[in-house]
Design a protein around this ligand. Structure first.
Ligand code: HEC
Length: 293
């Protein structure tokens, strides 16, 4: 994804000088212990004690672009390694996965919906939704303004950043492409689909985020990221809970091994670890490069 994540720029050691105790835990999770340790060793204790006004900020556009990156990494891993490889092991994924009598994992769009729902119950005023101009689920249809922006996205396939005058919210939309055969076949064959000629590579919709202010402090960005990650943890927990109901011979072993190796499902820690490996260093670099006073 061409987010321009890794421009080499000098790292200012005062970047996170106002990390407060509650966020320190999440900073560890979010940025990885190693990065933080390097930072701690390189920074005078007096700087760590500094509080308040000189927190660096990140534009909401940049913050949402970083979240979109994290979401892309998570969704791709889930779609390919869990849904794709899991199916070959006999694991099921279904749109009614949350029903009591359906023992299955969520489809990628519903995984994202579950995460969005968790975020909406938090105190962080972040909204996330996967919309389309031709949705399966009518509530996923863009509103008028989003539709106008999405039409422009169809022309150049680039993200859109704008303010919604009705809510005053800062909105960022990121393209969602038909990146694999099953996206196309499932949507074309679905009984409620409003379009049946999707082709591979088509722009199918847009991941749409919104946030009330035009910029966030680094602490606020970490809070957004950790809410997203908590949402993933909750949805993952729900999925692993469903697997309990499977017969012994159909039930995958939960641990460090993935479905590409057999009837296995990664624990949340193993999933987190893989996402961290792909995401943390890019996010860390981008955060240091974009945060300004
Ligand atoms: C096995 C079926 C299936 C597969 C595979 C699948 N989807 Fe979906 N998708 C759905 C269903 C069902 C919904 C509606 C879920 C809801 O919100 O209730 C949906 C929702 C969506 C939406 C929101 C708009 C809408 O149609 O409601 C987008 C965008 C989307 N999917 C894109 C994709 C992409 C891109 C892929 C491949 C990476 C993909 N889907 C794979 C079934 C599928």
């Amino acid at each position: 994804m061409g987010l321009g994540f890794c421009q080499p720029e000098s790292i200012d050691s005062a970047e996170m000088s106002t990390v407060t105790p509650p966020t320190r835990f999440w900073t560890f999770t979010v940025l990885g212990g190693a990065c933080l340790l390097v930072y701690l060793f390189a920074t005078a204790p007096t700087e760590l004690a500094a509080e308040g006004p000189n927190q660096k900020s990140i534009s909401t556009k940049e913050a949402l672009t970083m979240l979109a990156w994290e979401n892309d990494v998570t969704r791709t891993l889930f779609t390919k390694e869990i849904v794709g490889k899991g199916k070959t092991q006999g694991l099921k994924f279904h749109e009614d996965w949350a029903d009591q009598d359906v023992i299955a994992g969520p489809l990628p769009a519903l995984f994202l919906r579950g995460v969005a729902l968790e975020i909406s119950t938090s105190t962080v005023p972040l909204n996330l939704f996967l919309g389309s101009d031709f949705p399966i689920e009518s509530s996923n249809r863009f509103n008028d303004l989003q539709m106008k922006e999405f039409k422009a996205m169809r022309e150049d396939l680039l993200p859109r950043h704008f303010i919604d005058p009705a809510t005053g919210e800062h909105v960022s939309m990121f393209p969602d492409f038909a990146s694999a055969g099953p996206c196309v076949s499932c949507h074309n064959e679905h009984e409620r689909s409003s379009k049946t000629d999707w082709a591979l590579g088509d722009l199918m919709g847009a991941t749409t985020w919104s946030y009330p202010s035009d910029s966030v402090t680094t602490d606020e960005f970490l809070a957004m990221l950790s809410e997203y990650r908590k949402g993933v943890e909750v949805v993952w927990g729900q999925y692993l809970g469903e697997l309990d109901a499977l017969q012994d011979e159909q039930r995958p072993t939960i641990g460090n091994t993935w479905p590409s190796e057999g009837l296995y499902i990664p624990s949340h820690e193993a999933l987190r670890d893989s996402i961290d490996k792909m995401s943390n260093s890019a996010l860390f670099t981008q955060m240091l490069n974009t945060a300004t006073f």
